[in-house]
Design a protein around this ligand. Structure first.
Ligand SMILES: [Zn+2]
Length: 150
């Protein structure tokens, strides 16, 4: 392993909606959007769009794209749709919930025909989240159709 590494420039994410550079905000700051501490965020105040950083990141690397109210809503819907499947899969296959979620997103990436790296809850846009929720709903319906009636 090399010890001396060039210093990487700090990230400067831009707002997905207006293109302005996002600013780093912490709990207690005037423009911080939550009452409680949800960690450091990259924020575009005019668009009320934000994204968190990797929890162990010392360089404030954003988790993904800034999300406005609409995208946050879709992210919540996608999480709510996928999480029960991940919980079942983790239990059934004896894997961690993180692994089960990762497999879920790989499955969604192939269903949506997008790059696996771009298929995380923090990278999908609103249209992709909507499509992903549709894929999950269709899967759930087809599973119910196949289930034997009692
Ligand atoms: Zn903006």
């Amino acid at each position: 392993m090399r010890v001396a590494r060039p210093v990487k420039p700090l990230p400067q994410p831009h707002c997905e909606y207006c293109g302005a550079p996002a600013v780093l905000v912490r709990v207690g700051g005037l423009s911080y959007p939550y009452r409680e501490d949800r960690g450091t965020l990259w924020l575009c105040e005019p668009c009320q769009a934000w994204i968190g950083i990797y929890s162990r990141s010392t360089r404030n690397v954003p988790l993904g794209r800034l999300a406005n109210a609409e995208l946050r809503e879709w992210k919540a819907k996608l999480h709510a749709a996928l999480e029960p499947m991940a919980v079942i899969k983790a239990r059934r296959d004896g894997i961690s919930i993180f692994e089960a979620r990762a497999k879920g997103y790989r499955w969604l990436a192939s269903a949506l025909q997008i790059d696996e790296k771009a298929c995380t809850i923090h990278h999908l846009d609103a249209d992709q989240c909507r499509a992903a929720v549709g894929v999950i709903e269709q899967f759930e319906r087809s599973r119910l159709d196949r289930a034997p009636s009692e």
